[in-house]
Design a protein around this ligand. Structure first.
Ligand code: CAA
Length: 258
């Protein structure tokens, strides 16, 4: 499939999607979001791919929704077209894990897209922010919600109310990103991590992702009950038998995704 705003490749069992609008700091125009959704659908359906890495350039992961594209839109237009929900939330519907590899600016919708992924690896030059307030609007793709859940009220409120950017070190301290990596090594490291996940049992990885995500939607008691049910269900799989037998026999497991 030919794309204009992203590039797509596979590296072993990992799907790699690179946002590619260098002239606009990878601003997330409607065409880019549509292509991103198509690429994710393709990887989701591809049995040879076990995990996806989403990245941008060393300068910018993405500098937000495309301001030039949305500047003149009116209320009825954005309301009726459900602007921001359409297309964007496809990222959160993907059942295979998505690792965000963020170097440079991840602002506004760029930060929100990174937070829709399952975890964020940050280049040491990464800058995260929700600067919408400085252009007369507010985050519209989950920023006020996901950032608050990720880093807590005080920091999220300060960032959303002032538009202040957070560097990679602060983002790691705050728990927004799982690790900081030299920017030049970021994509290779992200593909390595995604490759490790992709080599595990596909259904067990999906169950694990589903269970962690449930923590954001339920009470602790409901979440633990949900986890327990999924945990029990793993005992119905061939891969649980294989994984545990391999441990006991001191060999590498050969998962069959069953
Ligand atoms: N939309 C459209 N174009 C953008 C853009 C965006 N979000 N961000 C950058 N660009 C364009 C610039 O207009 C510029 O294009 P021209 O050369 O044609 O003028 C080009 O990318 C390079 O940008 P700069 O010259 O500004 O580069 P810089 O290095 O001086 O600054 C930056 C980089 C700090 C990222 C700055 O571009 C910036 O502040 N961008 C906007 C950030 C922002 O406000 N994001 C929030 C958008 S709203 C949103 O995302 C809503 C939501 O919740 C979904």
């Amino acid at each position: 499939m030919a794309f204009e705003n992203i590039t797509v490749e596979t590296r072993g069992n990992v799907g790699l999607i690179t946002l590619n609008r260098p002239q606009a700091m990878n601003a997330l125009c409607a065409a880019l979001i549509k292509e991103l959704g198509q690429a994710l659908d393709t990887f989701e359906a591809d049995d040879s791919v076990g995990a996806v890495v989403l990245t941008g350039s060393e300068k910018a992961f993405a500098a937000g929704a495309d301001i030039k594209e949305m500047a003149s839109r009116g209320y009825m237009d954005v309301y009726l077209s459900n602007f921001i929900t359409n297309g964007w939330e496809q990222i959160t519907k993907c059942r295979k894990p998505i690792v965000a590899a963020v170097a440079g600016f991840a602002l506004g919708g760029g930060c929100e897209v990174a937070m829709m992924c399952d975890f964020i690896l940050a280049g040491d030059n990464a800058k995260f922010g929700q600067p919408e307030i400085t252009i007369g609007t507010i985050p519209g793709a989950g920023g006020t919600q996901r950032l608050t859940r990720a880093i807590g009220k005080s920091k999220a409120m300060e960032m959303c109310l002032t538009g202040r950017m957070m560097d990679a070190a602060e983002a790691e301290r705050a728990g927004l990103v799982s690790r900081v990596i030299p920017a030049a090594e970021l994509v290779d490291e992200a593909v390595k991590v995604a490759g490790k996940i992709a080599a595990l049992s596909r259904p067990i990885v999906m169950l694990c992702k589903e269970s962690v995500n449930a923590a954001f939607e339920t009470t602790l008691t409901q979440g633990i009950t949900f986890e327990r049910r999924l945990f029990h269900s793993t005992f119905s799989t061939e891969d649980q038998k294989e994984g545990m037998a391999a441990f006991v026999e001191k060999r590498k497991p050969a998962f069959k995704n069953r």
